[in-house]
Design a protein around this ligand. Structure first.
Ligand SMILES: NC(=O)C1=CN([C@@H]2O[C@H](COP(=O)(O)OP(=O)(O)OC[C@H]3O[C@@H](n4cnc5c(N)ncnc54)[C@H](O)[C@@H]3O)[C@@H](O)[C@H]2O)C=CC1
Ligand SMILES: O=C(O)C(=O)Cc1ccc(O)cc1
Length: 309
């Protein structure tokens, strides 16, 4: 058995991320046994129909018994509830991890409840789409994408190395950072873009009453790209906003200031300033492409609008 392989993996939550992990684990042969648990019986039934695992139970406590690796893939606001349910049933020596989009809050919710005889290692795959649920997942979701770990100070290096090997076997590149740093970085690169998308699509929807259906009829690709982000799961994004509040508010304050400056340049016809900003931002896109980070475009770009949600 390689470092990336486990006898029994328990997946708590089987939506886009949990089901992508299940599919990847199967494809790469990373577990002898996959146990799936989720709160909704309907979702659990669907996971079984899709044959994502070997065992299915609505009880998270039941699912983690004898599991060597437990992966919690639920909206971040449900983390404490899951930790409380599984705590007394975890196998000594098991690795417990999560995939939540915020890290300081997940640690604060889970760590106090988990027994000292397990290895709790928070994680976050920077890979996803606007879709949710067990049908939305696919084994290649993590290929070439970062998975960030925010280990606690006393984390066992061997357990961390096994979890790193596991995510790398799923195709991820891996990195580590402090949870607070993670939350600030993600606030600007992921959370703010989604909030801006929700806002602009909401504004356009309000205006639609005035302009009737012109918003849909004439929607250009720029607006269509925003609608993809704004179609993301409402529960997941409500929880991210509530659980990364400070970092998001800090970035929003900065964003609002810069937007006011842009507004002023437009009002006063400051073409040089507009040109300077637009030239600077163009180089950001180019550097992302040059760094080979542009893997999203073919799969999740505007074509995704044409696929079934
Ligand atoms: N969707 C995305 O693009 C990404 C999401 N994430 C994070 O991954 C986590 C899961 O997200 P998705 O898979 O996209 O969501 P999803 O909505 O597709 O699936 C969520 C799953 O959690 C279950 N669930 C909800 N509340 C529960 C509870 N209290 N107890 C047990 N199960 C519960 C649901 O039944 C469902 O199976 C979230 O924390 C999210 O922030 C991380 C990276 C990307
Ligand atoms: O769909 C997109 O463009 C995303 O950005 C997906 C995503 C959503 C949340 C995360 O924490 C990580 C990735």
């Amino acid at each position: 058995m390689s470092a990336a392989q486990f006898d029994r993996i328990a997946l708590i939550g089987i939506g886009l991320i949990g089901s992508s992990i299940a599919r990847g684990v199967r494809e790469k042969g990373l577990a002898k046994d996959i146990v799936i648990s989720t709160r909704s019986l309907e979702t659990l039934k669907r996971a079984e129909e899709l044959q994502l695992g070997d065992h299915y139970t609505p009880s998270a406590a039941e699912a983690v018994k004898d599991a060597d690796l437990v992966i919690v893939s639920v909206p971040v606001g449900a983390s404490e509830s899951v930790a409380k349910q599984i705590a007394a049933h975890l196998k000594p020596g098991a690795i417990v991890t999560d995939v939540g989009s915020t890290k300081a809050s997940v640690i604060a919710q889970m760590a106090p409840h988990l027994p000292s005889h397990v290895h709790f290692i928070p994680g976050h795959p920077l890979a996803g789409t606007e879709k949710s649920g067990p049908d939305a997942g696919f084994a290649d979701l993590f290929k070439g994408r970062w998975c960030i770990f925010t280990p606690l100070p006393d984390t066992d290096p061997k357990a961390l190395a096994r979890l790193v090997a596991f995510w790398e076997a799923l195709g991820s590149k891996t990195d580590q950072m402090e949870p607070e740093h993670h939350d600030k970085v993600l606030a600007i690169v992921s959370h703010l873009p989604h909030i801006i998308a929700y806002n602009i699509v909401g504004t356009a929807d309000d205006l639609a009453a005035v302009t009737e259906s012109e918003v849909i009829k004439y929607s250009a690709s720029g607006f269509r790209d925003f609608t993809r982000l704004a179609a993301s799961d409402p529960t997941m994004w409500r929880d991210i906003c509530l659980h990364n509040k400070d970092a998001i508010l800090e970035m929003l304050a900065r964003f609002s200031e810069d937007l006011a400056s842009l507004q002023r340049s437009i009002r006063w016809g400051e073409g040089d300033k507009l040109f300077e900003l637009f030239s600077r931002t163009r180089t950001v896109r180019r550097s992302i492409i040059d760094a080979g980070q542009d893997v999203d475009v073919p799969d999740f770009g505007r074509h995704s609008l044409d696929k079934k949600a």
